[in-house]
Ligand binder design. Sequence first.
Ligand SMILES: Cc1ncc(COP(=O)(O)O)c(C=O)c1O
Length: 390
Amino acid sequence: MIWGNFNYTCPMTTYIPTSQIYIPEGMIDLGAGDPDFALLPLDMLRHAAEACFAKDDPSFLQYGVEQGDGYFRIALAKFLSQRYGFPVDSNNLFVTNGISNALDLICARFTRPGDTIFVEEPTYFLALRIFADHDLRIVPIPTDGDGLIIDALDEKLGEFQPKFLYTVPTFQNPGGCTLTQDRRERLVQLSQEHDFLIVADEVYHFLNYSDQQIKPFAAYTDLETVISLSSFSKILAPGLRLGWMEAHPNNIKRLTSSGLLDSGGGLNPFTSAIVRELIEAGDLEQNITKLVVTYHSRLTAMEAALQREIPQAIFETPQGGFFFWVRLPDLDTGQLREDAKRFQVGLRQGALFSSQNGMQDYIRLCFAFYDEERIEEGIQRLGKCLNAIR
Ligand SMILES: Cc1ncc(COP(=O)(O)O)c(C=O)c1O
């Protein structure tokens, strides 16, 4: 087994799993959408945990308040207000175990089996799995380089009454695209006219490698039709299982009055207290700044390698996030994923991200998990594979 530090080879003969990701030795898996092990901020979290334990206040070891640790929400609201450039009220924040957990909770509290929801085509494939757990009927809405196509949404609204629309509006996974401001306004307007929730997954919002200012959906959460989800998974560490939701108080009330929170209390008070220390020390800001510089350089390396090694690849260079969404016209990319294994390179085939088994000649490549050298080597291997199967 190989993990983030690529000089490290596990001395054990038996693989003992510790993280969700497993990459056989020698393989470069450009499909893996995880942060690089080497960028997980071990020291920052160690210091924050030490500061937390040094306070001699055990309240973070108690069952937490349903909405989430109040001191953590105040620190987070201050951080978000500075970052977004508009005030965020800690009373409108709800602490989650991350976006996956938030999606599951929203499905549990806002839908019933058989209800219709809208998703983008393509969309984050693991969200589709969560929606399947709740037996929801999925209606896909097409996207282009400017994100969700609002005219297509408008048309579908004539046919269906969705409970919610799930969107990744900024640096989308997998498409890399960002919804334009004009489309954001129209989308919000439609949600009010047709009374459906917008569930905006803003996980990549802070991983912006351009000068472009993007208004998050968090800015619209004074409306009951908009919920903004975010997470520390891509700006600190996914193992924290910590995220937040910004929403109208009525929506928060609906979520907090659940059996899950009645029984277990608020989500993740222990981790919230540690991350609060880290935010108050200014370390979150520092970590994001470092990630933006690092990932931008990796993005540039992948773009150049794709142009050099795979001239037939069709793509728009993303301005943020983790992914290139690449079209290889007329290729069955499910088969390509199998063929690529022989060249020791991994990818994710487009069909995974489609709720209707479309997108068959697309692939998703991640530039976050490996450094520039590995990215170039991986794209070179993919180029060789493509030449061999042509
Ligand atoms: C669009 C999107 N949403 C949500 C997640 C998962 O977020 P979390 O770790 O907060 O559950 C990911 C992770 O890859 C993602 O790409």
